[in-house]
Design a protein around this ligand. Structure first.
Ligand code: FAD
Length: 484
């Protein structure tokens, strides 16, 4: 089969893939590239998720691209506005024509003698082969095929509707109905106040609590500055303000967890009052930022609980019944609709099978280099965002670095780059140090990080900025060659 060749192939047309395309266009104008997207639309996460109230849970000044100001009034934006922002970015940068929709990448094989990847994608029931010098995986971090649902006993006998937020469809009617949302993560805290606007009552049923922090949905200072300062300046200033505040709070959580915990719980108490059982429903067993914090804009979750339209039950499910759920405490929860906001199935590199010179790559046995490449895997990078800050902050830096790397190789006529660890004192550590169930379920399939740079993931924008924007590309760990 004839193969079409590109300098770079990007996999995924979500926030990261579109960002990757824009960066390539700007910084590597003479590199040919295409974007392979498994679905038929741009936007990834922001197109896939359609559940009521879907929104960001970090602010758009940092979830937006560094190169394209977010101009919306809301800092915590709704899903459709974010999707529009991604689409508009693609159009402005002329990327629509670069995207091959309906191309699901299944396999990528690196050949050292040819210094290229052969990429196998499924398209309309056929296998399409393409090749590239560099593969840039912007495929997100979870499986698009299905969300995570635990095996709940008795679910088949439940007379109502059960829905997972990842498969939301418009025919899921909940107006005037009793709704139970199972979960306590970002999706659950989004769904509860939104569904409570129409439902008879919404119960958030959680096995254990999560830290929930209320923040204004708008950045008043940014909106004021916009009246007399250029958008770009306001965006840049607000982005840095948000980055620094986020880093300060994350460090406070790590340095003085008791104080951070008291601050968060104080915030909850201010909304729910002294009589509410905050210990039971909003006080996790772990310290703040050992798992992702949940943000609720303008305290919408707390307001709806206070109003009585929603409530929280902290208990374990014994089984589904005909009418709802039976809990381990003996309580019965009646429901017409049960939403299983029980999470995602994490997936590495879009499920693509990789091989290098005929040997299958086991990513779990690789070390992650600078948070984007993998030891022993040549000419491949992946866009993977922060766990403690907005995804795009890291992806923007990753894209910048990939462009620097490509330009460095082009200038020196080099065709292959691969990170190799030759230091035996580097200890392996899990890639993500969250104790959350969704991380623990799959972390053994993920690459490892090392105990020191460039293998260490600091989850820190300022450090990464120095490393990725200004650090040497030829750092002694990345090895370059020109096979053949
Ligand atoms: C509901 C929800 C809310 C979120 N809110 C925030 C937030 O507020 N802040 C934040 O920082 N993060 C948030 N996240 C994380 C979010 O996913 C990222 O911020 C960001 O959207 C990820 O962009 P991405 O392009 O890297 O991945 P995705 O959005 O997942 O896009 C990946 C794209 O790659 C395609 N793809 C995957 N595998 C293949 C393959 N093998 N072949 C071809 N195409 C493939 C997919 O079809 C998809 O279009 C949220 C996630 C969810 C689910």
């Amino acid at each position: 089969m004839a193969t079409e060749h590109f300098d770079v192939l990007i996999v995924g047309a979500g926030l990261s893939g579109i960002g990757g395309g824009a960066h390539l266009q700007e910084r590597c104008p003479d590199h040919s590239f295409a974007i392979l997207e498994g679905r038929d639309r741009i936007g990834g996460t922001w197109d896939l998720f359609r559940y009521p109230g879907v929104r960001s849970d970090s602010d758009m000044y940092t979830l937006g691209y560094a190169f394209r100001p977010w101009e919306g009034a809301k800092a915590i934006a709704d899903g459709p506005s974010i999707l529009q922002y991604v689409r508009d970015t693609a159009t402005e940068h002329g990327l629509d024509a670069k995207i091959r929709f309906g191309h699901r990448v299944k396999r990528a094989c690196w050949s050292t003698p040819d210094a290229r990847w052969t990429v196998e994608a499924e398209h309309g029931g056929l296998t399409v082969l393409l090749s590239c010098n560099f593969l840039f995986m912007c495929s997100g971090y979870y499986d698009y095929a299905a969300g995570y649902t635990p095996a709940f006993p008795g679910v088949a006998r439940f007379g109502g509707r059960v829905a997972h937020p990842q498969d939301w469809t418009d025919d899921i009617a909940y107006e005037g109905k009793r709704v139970v949302v199972i979960g306590s993560g970002a999706t659950a805290v989004t769904l509860v106040p939104e569904m409570a606007k129409k439902a008879a009552h919404v119960t958030m049923l959680q096995r254990s609590p999560t830290y929930v922090v209320a923040r204004p949905s708008e950045d008043a200072m940014a909106n004021r500055m916009r009246r007399f300062l250029p958008q770009r300046l306001v965006y840049a200033v607000t982005r840095w303000k948000r980055v620094l505040l986020g880093m300060y709070f994350f460090n406070l959580c790590r340095r003085d967890p008791a104080r951070a915990k008291a601050m968060i719980l104080g915030g909850v108490r201010a909304y729910l009052g002294p009589d509410y059982d905050i210990d039971r429903h909003f006080t996790p067993r772990y310290n703040p930022w050992e798992q992702r914090l949940c943000l609720v804009p303008d305290g919408d979750l707390f307001r709806v609980i206070k109003s009585g339209r929603a409530s929280v039950v902290t208990d374990r499910i014994k089984s589904f019944t005909e009418k709802g759920l039976s809990l381990e405490s003996g309580e019965e929860l009646e429901a017409d609709v049960v939403v299983t906001a029980t999470g995602l199935n994490l997936q590495v590199l879009g499920g693509v099978e990789l091989s290098v010179d005929g040997v299958a790559v086991d990513l779990a046995r690789t070390l992650n280099y600078k948070g984007m490449m993998f030891s022993g895997v040549p000419n491949l990078a992946s866009a993977f965002g922060y766990t403690n800050a907005s995804w795009t902050l890291k992806c923007d830096l990753t894209c910048e670095y990939v462009c620097r790397l490509l330009n460095h190789m082009q200038r020196r006529g080099l065709r292959q780059c691969v990170a190799r660890n030759t230091d035996p004192t580097i200890a392996e550590e899990p890639w993500i140090d969250f104790s959350s169930g969704y991380v623990q379920r799959t972390v053994d399939k993920f690459p490892k990080q090392g105990s020191r740079p460039p293998w260490k993931l600091h989850q820190n924008y300022a450090r990464d900025l120095l490393l990725l924007r200004f650090g040497k590309v030829d750092d002694g760990v990345m090895t370059f060659s020109s096979p053949g």
